[in-house]
Design a protein around this ligand. Structure first.
Ligand SMILES: NC(=O)c1ccc[n+]([C@@H]2O[C@H](COP(=O)([O-])OP(=O)(O)OC[C@H]3O[C@@H](n4cnc5c(N)ncnc54)[C@H](O)[C@@H]3O)[C@@H](O)[C@H]2O)c1
Length: 363
């Protein structure tokens, strides 16, 4: 049974189909029925491991040439890959009314979204996320980006997809570690604004990642994100709350030089954000303890001394946090919490205090 969530953005609104059988359901959807050609951008591992599902995704579509293979890994989010993709699309003779079909995780989705936004001043992109992280987060909301030597996701545009198809069959080949990391983005939505949802996650315990529970959890998370994106598409206000755990997390991810997955870094970052909220007297101690306990139960490490990529240096982490693109006016901007389900923006973090906090955490 497939679920549907609507991203309500007026003329730029779109549906997200999710669950087992989403690809089959998508074939009956109007977006795939309009006659046009498709450039297919697909993650190299997905092409190798999920050929049957990829063939299913392309069934009945007028596909231009062979799929354009996106090398696996974060390094593919580069100008070099973007140029390769755009060149191939030009060679295929695609027109502005044609569309890009992105099949892969967040790396492929972010790159494909940007390529679609740039090609002949913009064409449609349909996202077929194949990792849990991409289903829960990156395929929805229209953020696209590539990385620069100076940092992650620094060059990009907002470009909403016209359809998202989250087919659970792809999760069969996804390594456990990737699944757990993706689950962090689902937990994040509960921590930001839905205390009851967090209670349901806790109640499901270690079964939260089984397909039976996962569909309900994913639907709740996407519905939550949909409301925030609809209210603040370009992150002028409340959408920034979706960055809970990301300021600490990006610093950890960059310092770990590839040893830490994005979702793992976000999970540890969320634990830090709750602990720092306790330190500032914003959040009850017991809420931060519940967050840490549940993340650990979900297989996500929260202690900096146990994280892949350790040891971390407080000064280096603070330096990374100073360059976070969410900062404004030279101040570090954090998403903190008054409790589970009650995230808030904290605009002018005190660097000296943050350094003390990080030193305490790293001991
Ligand atoms: N645009 C946004 O709003 C947004 C939000 C969150 C994260 N992101 C970005 O998303 C990226 C992380 O996404 P990700 O975690 O999906 O990483 P990813 O795309 O690198 O995929 C993770 C790994 O899983 C493999 N893989 C993908 N699907 C598979 C499948 N079905 N079976 C087996 N292996 C599979 C990939 O080859 C890769 O090795 C980061 O670049 C991050 O910046 C973007």
């Amino acid at each position: 049974m497939t679920d549907r969530v609507r991203i309500d953005l007026g003329a730029r609104g779109y549906d997200v189909l999710l669950g087992p059988g989403a690809l089959a359901a998508a074939r009956r959807h109007d977006v795939l029925r309009s006659p046009r050609r498709y450039a297919v951008l697909a993650d190299a591992n997905v092409l190798r491991l999920c050929s049957g599902l990829v063939a299913g995704a392309l069934e009945g579509l007028d596909v231009a040439g062979a799929p354009i293979e996106i090398p696996e890994g974060e390094r593919a989010k580069s100008f070099a890959t973007l140029e390769m993709v755009l060149g191939r699309m030009l060679d295929l003779g695609l027109e502005r009314g044609d569309a890009v079909l992105a099949i892969g995780g967040g790396v492929t989705g972010d790159l494909a979204g940007l390529a679609a936004a740039l090609y002949k001043r913009g064409m449609d992109v349909i996202q077929v996320p194949t990792t849990l992280l991409a289903m829960a987060d990156s395929s929805v909301g229209g953020k696209t980006a590539i990385n620069m030597p100076q940092g992650k996701n620094l060059i990009g545009v907002f470009h909403q997809p016209s359809f998202v198809i989250a087919e659970f069959g792809f999760l069969d080949t996804l390594p456990d570690r990737e699944r757990q990391a993706g689950f962090a983005e689902i937990i994040k939505t509960a921590l930001i604004g839905d205390r009851d949802f967090f209670g349901r996650l806790e109640a499901a315990g270690q079964n939260g990642l089984t397909i039976k529970h996962l569909q309900a959890h994913l639907k709740t998370a996407i519905t939550f994100k949909a409301a925030i994106v609809a209210a603040d598409e370009r992150e002028a206000g409340p959408r920034a709350l979706l960055n809970l755990g990301h300021t600490f997390g990006h610093a950890l991810e960059s310092e770990a030089c590839g040893a830490l997955l994005h979702g793992e870094a976000v999970a540890a970052g969320m634990a830090l954000a709750f602990d720092y909220s306790v330190r500032l007297g914003l959040c009850p101690d017991k809420d931060a303890a519940r967050v840490r306990d549940y993340l650990e139960l979900a297989g996500l490490k929260t202690r900096l001394s146990a994280l892949p990529g350790r040891p971390f240096t407080p000064e280096a982490m603070l330096q990374r946090m100073r360059h976070d693109k969410k900062n404004s006016g030279g101040h570090i901007r954090l998403v903190l919490a008054r409790g589970i389900g009650n995230a808030i923006l904290h605009d002018q973090a005190d660097s000296a205090d943050l350094l003390h906090f990080l030193k305490d955490q790293i001991q």
